[in-house]
Ligand binder design. Structure first.
Ligand code: ZN
Length: 348
């Protein structure tokens, strides 16, 4: 089969369009003919190196978010899942694979599974014509939903869902500040927060991205390139500050996140795209009773709940641009540019 694979770390030109052996499904696994694969920042970060996920090794085929057709079902797959999966089914993939047996898995905290693997993270992913995953990780795509949309939603929506529902416990009529409102996770978060009945303030760095965030449902959009984010967030909440901040950006906006919060506000943080260290004014933080909540990996039982909500809701996952598999290099270069609004998808 064809795959976009890399054998060394570096810029996007290390990606090669090559023939590699087609994988075969083992017991409890399915072979998927990849129809679409969404890009994520992990793809670019691990290509640059070093590894972020334990067990990652070169050569590597990236691609966490996969949608396609079940091409073959391995032995004993019917024992793994109550719902039958058949050849020809249209499915998407939950990229987080847990072992099901370790101490974390048996108490349904499989996000902390000791033997977790991630499709496209530390095992081969969807930048290829075929990929093998456990049958327990595939979910049917409803009629009327295309492969492209199905392939760009899993990681962005699951990340936003876990952060807002599980970690933040966002309530109706609360206010929330969502950084980088045109990014994949934030486009999901803006829509989820709005559906939850929250007052949504988003940031974006260009007029185009501001309009994009507004179309998705943000009540107020702050220009992060020109405005003082914390001052603008306070102005939008009658000086009070917001109840929740969703920060997947990290150090570049950390102070803005802290000073945007109302007393006893919750800062939900889940990313480090601008670095891995931040400092904090301790007196300010405890005086105002700020809550710092790291958003940990999601658990598998959350995935079908998120999907059911997505299918039932009036949600969208905007696609910035689609590329062929042979254009994986250009797709990643597009991702690394700051012009992206929405998700990028590969169509093998
Ligand atoms: Zn486990």
């Amino acid at each position: 089969m064809k795959a976009a694979i890399y054998h060394e770390h570096g810029d996007a030109d290390v990606l090669r369009f090559e023939d590699v052996p087609t994988p075969e499904p083992g017991p409890g696994e399915v072979l998927i003919l990849v129809k679409a694969c969404g890009l994520n920042h992990l793809d670019v970060l691990q290509r640059r190196g070093p590894a972020l996920i334990p067990g990652y090794a070169l050569p590597h085929i990236a691609g966490m978010d996969v949608a396609g057709l079940v091409a073959a079902v391995g032995p004993h797959a019917e024992l793994v899942t109550a719902s039958e999966v058949r050849e020809g089914d249209r499915v998407l993939v939950n990229p987080a694979i847990s072992c099901g047996h370790c101490a974390a898995c048996v108490i349904a905290e499989d996000g902390k599974c000791e033997r977790a693997t991630v499709v496209g993270g530390n095992r081969d992913g969807g930048y290829a014509e075929y990929v093998v995953v456990p049958v327990a990780n595939v979910h049917r795509i409803p009629d009327g939903v295309g492969f492209e949309e199905a392939a760009v939603l899993p990681t962005a929506w699951m990340t936003a869902w876990h952060a807002l529902v599980d970690t933040a416990d966002l309530r109706m009529a609360e206010s929330i500040l969502i950084h980088a409102g045109a990014s994949g996770v934030s486009t999901a978060a803006v829509q989820l927060a709005r559906a939850a009945g929250a007052f949504v303030i988003a940031t974006a760095s260009t007029p185009e991205k501001m309009e994009f965030a507004q179309r998705l449902g943000a009540d107020v959009v702050i220009n992060s390139a020109t405005d003082d984010i914390a001052a603008a967030a306070r102005a939008a909440t009658d000086g009070r500050g917001v109840d929740v901040v969703l920060d997947h950006v990290g150090p570049a906006v950390w102070d803005a996140s802290i000073y945007s919060l109302a007393a006893k506000g919750r800062l939900v943080f889940l990313g480090n795209t601008t670095g891995n260290r931040a400092s904090i004014d301790l007196v300010y933080a405890y005086h105002f009773g700020l809550r710092l909540l790291g958003s940990d990996p999601y658990n598998r039982h959350e995935f079908p709940r998120m999907l059911a909500a997505y299918w039932a809701g009036d949600f969208v996952t905007p696609i910035d641009r689609a590329f062929s598999l042979a254009e994986a290099r250009a797709a990643q270069e597009r991702m690394e540019s700051r012009a992206v609004a929405g998700k990028i998808v590969l169509l093998p």
